[in-house]
Design a protein. Structure first.
Length: 95
């Protein structure tokens, strides 16, 4: 079973860029909100400009570098795999 960065790269290669970024962004929003972290705080935590996460969540970026995704997962204390799942997306929203 693939995990982390390998799974991220595999899925990135299997779906179109728009679908991939939307999946990642939805999971970032859910994890960030559950953690009680603002967009600005998360941006700072990953060493980006204050509005980076805001722009990412508004789909203003068409790509998400792997290293940035890793840093976001680390900052949110979640696995890379949890950024990629949509099987339990509804469950994540509800709970």
């Amino acid at each position: 079973m693939l995990h982390g960065k390998e799974n991220y790269m595999r899925i990135k290669d299997e779906v179109d860029d728009e679908t991939f970024i939307k999946l990642i962004v939805m999971n970032i929003i859910i994890a960030r909100t559950k953690a009680g972290i603002s967009q600005k705080e998360l941006s700072k935590m990953i060493g980006k400009k204050d509005n980076y996460i805001e722009k990412l969540e508004n789909l203003e970026y068409k790509i998400l570098p792997t290293e940035t995704a890793i840093n976001i997962a680390l900052a949110l204390h979640i696995s890379m795999d949890s950024l990629l799942t949509f099987d339990d997306l509804i469950e994540k929203i509800i709970y």
